[in-house]
Design a binder for this molecule. Structure first.
Ligand SMILES: [Ca+2]
Length: 369
C-alpha cells in the first residue's frame, strides 16, 4: 500500500502550481526505536493480548481539573486524525481533558458519524459533532489516492447515532454554542485540519446564541489555539484549502496561539501495535489498519498537537519561538516576525527522542475505554 505523506501532497501541489517553488520543511520519516519503555497503568484491557499490550506506557500528570477542548479536524482518509481523536478520548477517560466537540473542516457526510463511532467506542457518545455544508459523498481526499477508505466501515460497522453529516449543525453554530456556555478563558482549540471553520467563527456576527461577535467570543472564552502547522514555510493545513482562511485566522487570532510543526509528527512514527487489537471493536485500530496495513508505522502529526493541547509542554516539548508572531505571503507561506510586539504566539520543538514520544502515544492508544 502506498501512503502519500503530507509532504508528498505538498510536492503535488507544487507541480499543480506550475512548478512554483515550494520548500518542504518536514524531514523524511525515520524508523522508530522500540527499545525504550515508560510504565503506564492499564485502564481496562479485556483480552490477554490487549492486556499485554497495555501494560506499559507513560505515568502522565496527576489528574487536575480537565482542560476543555474543541477539536477541529480534516479527517477523511487521513489516518493521523482518527488516531488523534482516539488519543483525546483516552486522555478524557484519564481525567485530563473534556472534549466539548469535534468539528470537521471537510464536507463528507460520512465524517461526523465516523467521528461519533470513535467517541462512542470510548464511552463519550454525547460529544457533539458538526461539519461544513453542503455535505458531499467523499470517501477520499482527491489529492490523497489511497486504495482503501475507513469511513464507511466506521459508519456501518461500529455503534454510532449521528448517521449522516447533513443532520449535524454548521460548524460556526456549534462553535458559538460551545464557547457561549464555557467559562471565560477556559477553552483550548486543537486545530488539526484546515482553518475554514475558525475563519467563519471569527467572522460571525452576534446572534441568538451570543450577543458577542465571533472575535469577541474567542477573545473571552478561548485560552489557546493549538495549530498542527509550521510557523515558517508551507504547511498542508494552511494551503490545502484556500489559504485565505489560515492567513486571516493566524494573523487575527485574539488569544494565545501555539504551532506544533509538521517536522515533529513526521519523526514520531507509530501505530504498528494497533493492528494487533480487535479491529472489529476498536474503531481507531480499524481505521489505522485499513489504511496502513498490519505492522506499519505512520507519522503522528495530529496526535503530537493534541498531546500538547492537553498536556502542554510536559517533559516532551520546549518552546522554540516564544516571542513575535506568524506572517504570510498570499500563497499561505509563513514566516516568523521576531520583532512583532505580540506576546501571544509561539511554537514548540521536541525535547525527547521521537521514538520515546511515539511509544508514549502508542501506549496510550492501546488502552481500552
Ligand atoms: Ca488532520
Amino acid at each position: 500500500m502506498v501512503r502519500i505523506s503530507q509532504s508528498t501532497f505538498l510536492q503535488g501541489l507544487t507541480c499543480l502550481a506550475a512548478c512554483a517553488s515550494l520548500v518542504i520543511a518536514a524531514p523524511l520519516p525515520k524508523h522508530v526505536s522500540r527499545d525504550e519503555s515508560v510504565p503506564e497503568e492499564s485502564l481496562a484491557p479485556n483480552s490477554p493480548e490487549e492486556e499485554s499490550l497495555a501494560q506499559s506506557g507513560p505515568p502522565g500528570p496527576p489528574p487536575k481539573r480537565p482542560k476543555l477542548m474543541i477539536i477541529d479536524t480534516d479527517m477523511l482518509n487521513f489516518v493521523d486524525d482518527p488516531l488523534a481523536i482516539g488519543l483525546a478520548n483516552i486522555l478524557q477517560t484519564r481525567g485530563e481533558v473534556e472534549i466539548l466537540g469535534v468539528i470537521s473542516s471537510v464536507f463528507s457526510r460520512y465524517v461526523p458519524p465516523a467521528i461519533d463511532a470513535i467517541n462512542t467506542y470510548y464511552k463519550h457518545p454525547y460529544i457533539p459533532t458538526a461539519i461544513q455544508k453542503p455535505v458531499n459523498n467523499d470517501l477520499r481526499d482527491p489529492m490523497y489516492p489511497q486504495v482503501n477508505e475507513y469511513l464507511t466501515g466506521l459508519v456501518n460497522n461500529f455503534p454510532q447515532d449521528v448517521k449522516d453529516g447533513s443532520l449535524t449543525d454548521q460548524p460556526v453554530t456549534l462553535y458559538r454554542q460551545l464557547l457561549a456556555k464555557a467559562p471565560p478563558n477556559s477553552v483550548t482549540i486543537a486545530n488539526i485540519g484546515y482553518s475554514d471553520n475558525l475563519y467563519k467563527l471569527l467572522m460571525s456576527k452576534p446572534d441568538s446564541i451570543s450577543p458577542l461577535t465571533g472575535h469577541e467570543l474567542v477573545k473571552q472564552k478561548v485560552a489557546e489555539l493549538v495549530v498542527q502547522a509550521n510557523p515558517e514555510g508551507q504547511s498542508f493545513n494552511f494551503v490545502a484549502h484556500d489559504p485565505k482562511f489560515a492567513i486571516y485566522v493566524m494573523t487575527h487570532w485574539p488569544t494565545l496561539a501555539t504551532y506544533v510543526p509538521e517536522a515533529i509528527g513526521s519523526e514520531v512514527l507509530l501505530g504498528a501495535r494497533l493492528s494487533k487489537l480487535d479491529l472489529k471493536k476498536n474503531p481507531v485500530a480499524y481505521a489505522f489498519t485499513t489504511i496502513e496495513g498490519v505492522g506499519a508505522n505512520t507519522p503522528a502529526w495530529d496526535s503530537t498537537a493534541v498531546y500538547f493541547a492537553v498536556r502542554g509542554l510536559d517533559d516532551v516539548y520546549t518552546y522554540e519561538r516564544n516571542r513575535g508572531e506568524i506572517t504570510f505571503t498570499p500563497d499561505g507561506t509563513a514566516s516568523w516576525n521576531y520583532n512583532s510586539p505580540s506576546k501571544l504566539q509561539r511554537s514548540v520543538g521536541l525535547k525527547i527522542q521521537a521514538g520515546t514520544f511515539a511509544k508514549r502515544i502508542e501506549d496510550l492508544l492501546l488502552l481500552k475505554p
